[in-house]
Design a protein around this ligand. Structure first.
Ligand code: ATR
Length: 283
């Protein structure tokens, strides 16, 4: 394939109509002079493999994979990156020259790039609290630990799930599960990985967990600050961010994974109706 030929990529999802990945990825393409056509593919669980093979046949360089196919795609991958293995989910695939499929997960890397490079928050040697123990949290623990925080505490409504995750990742660094009511001392960074925000619900944290140096980060994003962000600021936290930066940076990383070039994010915020990149919601 010639370099100047138009490239093709897709996102598989259900639903997928709401996805802004096509506009975002095509903007990345413009930013590095790669002509990219990126389409949404709505498929179903029984049809997924057929659809995947069909698009590989059409010459896609790769694809993003979203709900509900992030686990479903794994058996079709010929190899998985360490990030995909740790996350037990694939959100990006790359079709290699020989037609084989490499499965990757850029969510955790995207989060860490947003926190450390875009927001400029240094987490090495810091105290981090992660709320939740579902799929979203599983994907971020490895990348978080690779930045060597002083401690990473994980808590969850169903405590056994937090304990299990802490055990699974303990070989990578200082990680411990603590019951919500037993949390002690203040944290430098609190990441909300629960879906409680989506239900507009946020159970309070014990006194002292949030202090004037605490930064909050919600993995979800929307037009308004989430209930977690509002809670963190109302309790005297320093700043609160939503997950738009993570979404954009995981996209940047996926693009880089396909094309070997890191695009600038110029013109991407506008796609999401945001005026400035960071901080989104700062005191
Ligand atoms: P995702 O893929 O988004 O991580 P998930 O795997 O269903 O979704 O995980 C959702 C997480 O949000 C879980 O940690 C869940 O807690 P439980 O393990 O106890 O179910 C958490 N969660 C959802 N609603 C919540 C609520 N109202 N309060 C606290 N935690 C909540």
């Amino acid at each position: 394939m010639q370099n100047n030929q138009k490239k093709l990529a897709v996102i598989f999802g259900n639903p997928v109509a709401q996805s802004k990945s096509p506009e975002m990825q095509m903007q990345f393409g413009k930013n590095v002079d790669i002509e990219l056509n990126y389409l949404k593919v709505l498929t179903t669980l029984p049809q997924f493999e057929t659809s995947l093979r069909e698009w590989i046949g059409k010459g896609i360089v790769g694809a993003n994979i979203t709900v509900p196919f992030k686990e479903v795609v794994m058996p079709y991958c010929d190899r998985l990156t360490i990030e995909a293995e740790e996350a037990k989910a694939v959100n990006t695939i790359r079709i290699e020259k020989d037609g084989s499929i490499t499965g990757h997960n850029s969510d955790g890397i995207g989060l860490l790039r947003d926190i450390t490079e875009i927001k400029g928050i240094d987490i090495t040697g810091k105290r981090i609290l992660v709320l939740g123990a579902g799929g979203a949290v599983r994907g971020i623990l490895g990348p978080l630990l690779s930045h060597k925080p002083a401690s990473l505490i994980i808590t969850n409504r169903t405590f056994s799930k937090a304990k299990m995750l802490a055990g699974e990742f303990s070989h990578l660094g200082e990680i411990k599960a603590v019951e919500r009511d037993d949390l002690m001392g203040s944290f430098d960074l609190i990441i909300n990985g629960t879906s409680a925000s989506l239900q507009n619900e946020f159970p309070p944290l014990p006194a002292g967990v949030i202090s004037s140096h605490t930064i909050g980060y919600d993995l979800v994003y929307g037009d308004q600050p989430t209930i977690f962000m509002e809670y963190l600021l109302s309790e005297g936290g320093r700043a609160a961010y939503d997950g738009l930066g993570m979404l954009i940076e995981q996209g940047v990383y996926a693009f880089e994974f396909w094309f070997g070039k890191r695009p600038s994010i110029e013109g991407v915020l506008e796609i999401f109706g945001r005026a400035s990149y960071a901080p989104f919601y700062d005191q």
